[in-house]
Write a protein that binds this ligand. Structure first.
Ligand code: TA6
Length: 292
């Protein structure tokens, strides 16, 4: 989906415009350093493309933009929990409408700040007062910070993830390293040599990953360095062919060109006292692979 070809509904600055896609407002960034697209539904980064490079993010061509389900691809914000610990799965932030709070730009790029706060709807699902701030920095590299502030009078616990779908050339030519020595898969503990090639379905929670995980993509000839902070784990997910065929919002062969590497708090165990804040972040730098 080329969000930049949709008709503009408003112009915010030289680099930032807004368009509407099936009722969803999309912020588009067109800067000399990079282009990007951010959906207010979900506070969801859909695309980040530094000039002259392939998109860092994979976005499903079958994503459902009805506003009823989370968008498939990009960087879904999973919050205040990760996975199926409660309903809805991966929390409600990725299905909520966020507000654009601020945008700034200079010759190096653009910073967009979105916000989501508790409402009668969120209080029904999770009875706490909060402010969630998403700061997305679009420069030659990408940086995303999710800041949770407890605006309640009692402490609460959070989990979640920046569920990044990386765009890669060919899963058979990709390798992930710096993953650390242990992972959990299907509730079982495994030991690891810190690296993996993806040759089947993987849904792993790496509990000792290094602060910077690397994804080596021989097809696109680039090394992506994914630096995570405020996380307790790094999740690596690829549904592979069978699962993919059964997912309405993924094309049957789409597992070949995506891999999720997620900055994650996999248990809902980060406690925030009133007025306390926590930042979960991920930033991605890409370097051309040295020729062999
Ligand atoms: O992060 C991995 C994971 O939790 C997988 O178990 C898989 O289900 C994936 O996320 C996608 O979840 P979703 O709810 O978006 O279909």
């Amino acid at each position: 989906m080329d969000f930049h070809s949709l008709p503009t509904t408003s112009v915010l600055s030289d680099a930032i415009t807004i368009c509407d896609h099936q009722g969803i407002k999309i912020i588009r960034i067109n800067h000399t350093k990079a282009t990007a697209a951010i959906s207010l539904f979900g506070g969801h980064l859909l695309s980040f493309k530094p000039k002259g490079q392939e998109d860092f993010l994979w976005m499903s061509q079958n994503a459902d933009y009805s506003g009823k389900v989370a968008l498939r691809g990009g960087i879904p914000v999973c919050w205040p929990w990760f996975g199926k610990q409660a309903s809805p799965s991966h929390g409600f932030a990725r299905n909520s409408i966020w507000t654009l709070k601020q945008h700034r730009e200079n010759e190096n790029g653009v910073i967009v700040t979105l916000e989501l706060s508790d409402s009668p709807e969120t209080q029904k699902i999770w009875p706490h007062a909060f402010r969630l701030t998403l700061q997305i920095e679009i420069t030659e590299t990408l940086s995303v910070q999710l800041i949770t502030t407890n605006t309640d009078t009692k402490p609460f616990k959070i989990g979640g993830a920046l569920h990044t779908y990386l765009n890669l050339g060919d899963i058979h030519q990709a390798q992930v390293t710096e993953l650390g020595e242990t992972f959990i898969e299907k509730n079982e503990q495994h030991s690891s040599n810190g690296m993996t090639n993806i040759t089947q379905e993987v849904d792993r929670i790496y509990t000792q990953a290094l602060p910077t995980v690397q994804m080596h993509d021989k097809h696109f000839k680039r090394n992506m360095m994914i630096k995570n902070q405020g996380n307790t784990s790094v999740v690596v997910w690829n549904p592979w062919s069978e699962l993919c065929q059964n997912m309405a919002d993924m094309a049957a062969d789409s597992y070949l060109t995506m891999l999720c590497i997620e900055s994650c708090i996999h248990e809902q165990n980060v406690t925030l006292e009133p007025n306390q804040a926590h930042t979960l972040s991920t930033s991605i730098i890409s370097k051309a692979m040295p020729s062999e």
